[in-house]
Design a protein around this ligand. Sequence first.
Ligand code: E4P
Length: 216
Amino acid sequence: MKIFLDTANLDEIRKGADWGIVDGVTTNPSLIAKEGRPIEEQVARICDIVDGDVSAEVVATEAPMMITEGLKLAKIHKNIVVKLPLTRDGIKACSALSKEGIRINVTLCFQAGQALLAAKAGAYIISPFVGRIDDMGMSGIELIEQIVTIYENYDYPTQVLAASLRTVNHVIETAMIGAHIGTMPFKTLDMLFNHPLTDKGLEQFLKDHAKSLEKS
Ligand code: E4P
């Protein structure tokens, strides 16, 4: 499974990239707003750090403006994937831009029927939001499972990007189902390292090594 960072913060992206395990980055207007710079500038900086897909979201809500904005975003860097919301206009813009060879990430997907529409419109990526569905008392992981099954049934090339991954279990379950990509905040990625037995084991190994040096 590809691991994407869901942040527009350059320090977090640099840290993840230095570990050598970050395949791409997703941003959204809320994440960009936190960084206080125009989207064009911020995503260009992100593309300088990570050599992989970087999603940049349009803020227009009508198809013609979404298309104009999408074309502009796509010109920033070869790795930019244009993010469009799963609305009627978003799907219309997805069909048009995909036909032009622009790679589209259709976002804000909360049920499998929406994912079917995105695949039909030629989306490169579909983004179902696992954490936000769990917040509603439903199962985000079940949604990922449904979408993976539907796409496999018909060989749709659209990649399933499990978004809004907040826990270690979200990541593990997503990978077990076979989602192509998981995007997560830096905090979730960092949590994947943790296990008390790893810390305890290392402490013991180092103690034993130090003892062996004392003896020699
Ligand atoms: C996806 O690309 C979204 O940016 C993101 O995963 C939303 O996550 P949140 O529910 O933690 O805001």
